[in-house]
Design a protein around this ligand. Structure first.
Ligand code: BGC
Length: 483
């Protein structure tokens, strides 16, 4: 196998309109992930007085969806294998649509909780199925960009949610019904669109449907590469392994990085902002409508920075961006805490410092841990165990998300808001140490190279393993070395 790949990516080629259309439709699942997780922040301001929600009940409205995501991500694995990727996407779209409508019709606190949980099933399943579908449909030369499209869709979904929240902020007590209910529209578009999407060639080949697989590959790959591509897929299928393979010791360094980044993406606090920003803005004196407006600017910064990150991750590299981003997140959180305690700050100034701190935090997250976790976990696992391994990392990531979302308000009440922000800043410093020690630079390195590093290095540290392998093969691609 050594010598087949030299670590360098093939030159970029254009992506056909068909692939772009297919990717955009599938990415609607990511958009709904963002919408349904983001929309609750504005709705909460109206739900709280209407249903007389306590702090714990507010946390439950946010967290019920997250409990659903864990179940959804676990169910998605058997679903995609048994029925195919396309039917699984259809099921997600249908559940997005129906659950949004039922949620909007809620008449009681238990009803809210059950429908948020139901919606979570769709979000959790889609968070696994969409990247899987995208990576299986994408031509190899464009896989990185197309997979990162999912993160862009998530951030666009969050922004749309904030804009919708803002638009209905003046609609009085029932505005929250529109906020939740409008999620049904992209759900419907996705359902109708996915009906026209092809099944992935990989699943078709596995099901023995050779001719259909050939037709799909012919539409998505440049002419002349169809047979090679089909042959490669079959080779991978031949090596496909199940969940038990995850227990192999040689895989452990990759699991540590994938699962570790999943946990750190969440416990450094992004969703204390994405879900609770309006509550935070209100706590420094902004009225509900202004608080939701300020939150919309957070969503815009998130989208714009993610667009920049799509290019920067391939040019600058993963490690420098991760390290700089997480350091910036720690700094922003420190400022957020200081804004509340520095003597001499007028309430209005506290609000500005809070806005600056939150915008800074989101900006730093959006070019580091945001896309970084999803991208790196798609790069470090060998193809034959990528499904189960990504599933584990995704599940753990949602679990960590639940932990933070369900305890944040209580934590702030217990150790004060500034104490909460400083605690998260400390977690960012731990994340910095983790990334510095364990996360390898994957830019420009082929999956085969990383797999060889994993299989042949005695080191239990993926970064060390990759560097050792690089020295051994003496093939440091120009400009792709670690910074
Ligand atoms: C995370 C979400 C987060 C979003 C913010 C995603 O990568 O998984 O938890 O809400 O980024 O943009």
């Amino acid at each position: 196998m050594v010598g087949q790949t030299n670590g360098a990516e093939p030159p970029a080629r254009r992506v056909s309109w068909f692939v772009a259309g297919v990717a955009s439709l599938a990415a609607l699942g990511g958009l709904l992930f963002g919408y349904d997780t983001g929309v609750v922040s504005g709705a909460l301001l109206f739900l709280t007085p209407q249903f007389h929600l306590s702090t714990a009940q507010q946390e439950w409205v946010v967290s019920a969806l997250l409990v659903g995501t864990i179940i959804g991500a676990a169910l998605a694995g058997p679903l995609v294998d048994r029925f195919g990727r396309r039917p699984a996407l259809l099921a997600c779209a249908l559940n997005y649509l129906l659950a949004a409508l039922c949620l909007a019709a809620s008449l009681s606190f238990p009803w809210l909780i059950v429908t948020r949980l139901w919606l979570g099933l769709a979000v959790g399943a889609a968070s696994m199925i969409v990247p899987l579908y995208l990576s299986e449909m994408a031509p190899p030369h464009a896989r990185g960009g197309i997979v990162t499209l999912n993160q862009l869709a998530i951030t666009v979904g969050i922004l749309v949610a904030y804009v919708v929240d803002f638009a209905f902020a003046h609609a009085g007590g029932g505005g929250w019904r529109w906020m939740f209910g409008l999620g049904a529209i992209p759900g419907l578009v996705m359902f109708v669109g996915v009906l026209r999407l092809p099944e992935t060639p990989r699943w078709l080949l596995r099901a023995g449907r050779w001719n259909e697989a050939r037709r799909v590959v012919a539409r998505t790959r440049p002419a002349g590469t169809v047979d090679t591509e089909l042959g490669e897929i079959q080779e991978v299928l031949g090596h496909e392994k199940g969940w038990r393979e995850l227990l192999r010791p040689w895989l452990l360094p990759a699991l540590v990085v994938g699962v570790g980044l999943g946990i750190l993406q969440q416990i450094t606090g992004i969703n204390t902002i994405i879900y609770y920003a309006p509550v935070t803005f209100q706590s420094v004196g902004l009225d509900p409508a202004t608080a939701i407006g300020a939150t919309a600017s957070v969503g815009a910064v998130n989208v714009a920075t993610t667009v920049a990150a799509i290019f920067a991750l391939d040019r600058i590299g993963r490690r420098p961006l991760l390290l700089a981003g997480v350091a910036g997140m720690a700094l922003s959180l420190t400022v957020l805490g200081l804004g509340r305690v520095l003597p001499g700050l007028q309430p209005a100034n506290t609000a500005w410092v809070t806005l600056g701190g939150i915008l800074g935090f989101v900006l730093f997250f959006a070019f580091s841990l945001g896309p970084g976790f999803w991208l790196i976990q798609a790069e470090i696992f060998p193809l034959d165990v990528r499904g189960p391994a990504m599933s584990v990392a995704t599940l753990v990531q949602w679990g960590a998300n639940l932990l933070v979302a369900s305890t944040f308000l209580t934590m702030q009440n217990t150790i004060t808001p500034q104490g909460g922000f400083w605690l998260l800043a400390f977690v960012c410093l731990c994340a910095l140490a983790f990334i510095y020690t364990f996360v390898p630079e994957t830019r420009g390195r082929s999956l085969e190279f990383i797999e060889r590093a994993l299989r042949h290095s005695p080191s239990r540290n993926l970064r060390e393993a990759v560097r050792a392998r690089e020295r051994e093969e003496q093939r440091v691609p120009t400009g792709a070395g670690e910074r």
